[in-house]
Write a protein that binds this ligand. Structure first.
Ligand SMILES: [Zn+2]
Length: 295
């Protein structure tokens, strides 16, 4: 009897596996335009990205796998979620280090840092601690040059150099990449072998350098689930930004938001695994219209 049961269980497993593989393929279509820069810093409106997913495939498969992974991570896909991102670091003295402290003090919250390779090399322990507390470490080039103005050889070299820094410090490849100033073209998409992450909300924190103003900006955007599904751009260079996080992160949680990494937002919020050679911006990271489910 027992043997028969084992055979039945084994058969069910094999059938589920085959079904999962066949249904796994998701078709994506993407179109984009060249981006425009508004200001000296990262005020560029990002490229026009339009990602459509085959609705049938999405309904039958991604939901199943998403729910399973989400449970392990304790993320509820049906509740509001937002990705806070910080560029240009890492920095110490109450900046990047303070943001990591805030995440650690608020269990279940995680943010994404888009670091410069040159700075990572001089802040090894801090970068390793970011991952240890569950935050995501992404790349932002070696030294903040405009990638679209580099020669192909220099572009390739810049990415490879930072890939080596990631391998040495974190033991893995670059998983998410934000091009400096949000600027990219086809060459960047080809030679940067990681998903390009732009943003939905630009806080202009670097410009105002004011804790209360940043708190006000985010709280206003967050009203009635307004930040659900979105990626918020901030910087590691200002202490005022880190100070604001001390208030903002627990406040977002109180409002019913899950503060998650960019990769988790894509996977559990939108059922998408981020892919190299593609860009993800304000057309991808959109409000999911969950109504009051963040409460
Ligand atoms: Zn930057």
């Amino acid at each position: 009897m027992r043997k028969n049961w084992m055979v039945v269980v084994a058969l069910v497993c094999v059938i589920s596996l085959i079904g999962g593989c066949i249904a796994h393929k998701v078709n994506l279509e993407e179109s984009e335009k060249e981006i425009t820069t508004k200001g000296p810093k990262e005020t560029a409106t990002e490229s026009d990205v339009d990602v459509t997913t085959d609705p049938i495939v999405e309904e039958t498969t991604t939901e199943e796998t998403t729910t399973k992974g989400a449970k392990e991570k304790n993320i509820d896909p049906n509740k509001w979620m937002v990705a806070l991102t910080f560029d240009d670091g890492p920095y110490t003295d109450g900046r990047t280090d303070k943001i990591v402290d805030v995440c650690e003090a608020n269990p279940g919250t995680a943010v994404t840092f888009f670091h410069l390779g040159d700075r990572m090399k001089t802040h090894v322990e801090l970068v390793q601690r970011e991952e240890a507390v569950g935050c995501e470490v992404g790349a932002h080039s070696m030294s903040h040059k405009r990638l679209t103005e580099l020669s192909l050889a220099d572009l390739q070299k810049d990415f490879e150099n930072q890939q080596a820094v990631f391998q040495e410090i974190l033991g893995h490849d670059i998983t998410v990449y934000r091009p400096p100033y949000g600027r990219f073209d086809d060459n960047v998409k080809t030679y940067v072998k990681a998903p390009l992450i732009i943003w939905t909300v630009d806080t202009l924190d670097w410009k105002y350098d004011n804790t209360q103003k940043l708190i006000d900006t985010i709280q206003k955007e967050a009203e009635n689930g307004g930040l659900d599904g979105k990626v918020v751009l901030m910087h590691e260079t200002k202490q005022s930004t880190a100070d604001a996080m001390e208030t903002i992160i627990p406040w977002l949680v109180e409002q019913g938001y899950q503060v998650v990494t960019v990769s988790d937002l894509a996977e559990y919020g939108f059922g998408e695994k981020l892919e190299a050679g593609k860009s993800y911006g304000y057309k991808f990271f959109v409000n999911r219209d969950l109504g009051s489910s963040g409460d």
